[in-house]
Design a protein around this ligand. Structure first.
Ligand SMILES: [Zn+2]
Length: 120
């Protein structure tokens, strides 16, 4: 039975488990998938790195407690973090690598970074 190659669209025949018309189409297909995944990872990693620098910057400025709106105004992206956990009672804690933060009901972000020393 003839099938269509998902890479080039050509019709081909062969073993029933054969998905591509050729080795080159199989490699191209998987390389494109890998590149798309790497692009997505780079996008998320860029956001995480920018968030992390902003959190550390607040500590350097002596501002471990800062209104969320002020962080957002500096392009902090609250939708992206490396982990989160909620311990009842209390607010959810978010992590950006080694920096943890919570947002209280007044909209104040409380930041602590384990890698940060106050005398740096
Ligand atoms: Zn093909």
């Amino acid at each position: 039975m003839a099938r269509l190659c998902p890479q080039c669209g050509a019709s081909f025949q062969g073993r029933s488990d054969k998905r591509f018309c050729s080795d080159s189409c199989r490699c191209d297909f998987h390389n494109q998938q890998r590149r798309a995944q790497e692009k997505e990872l780079r996008t998320v990693n860029r956001i995480l790195a920018a968030n992390w620098r902003l959190l550390l910057q607040q500590l350097r400025l002596g501002r471990p407690d800062i209104p969320a709106a002020e962080l957002a105004a500096q392009d902090f992206n609250f939708a992206v973090y490396t982990a989160s956990r909620r311990r009842f009672p209390g607010p959810r804690t978010y992590w950006c690598y080694d920096c943890a933060y919570t947002v209280d009901r007044a909209g104040i972000v409380h930041i602590s970074c384990s890698g940060y020393r106050n005398n740096v």
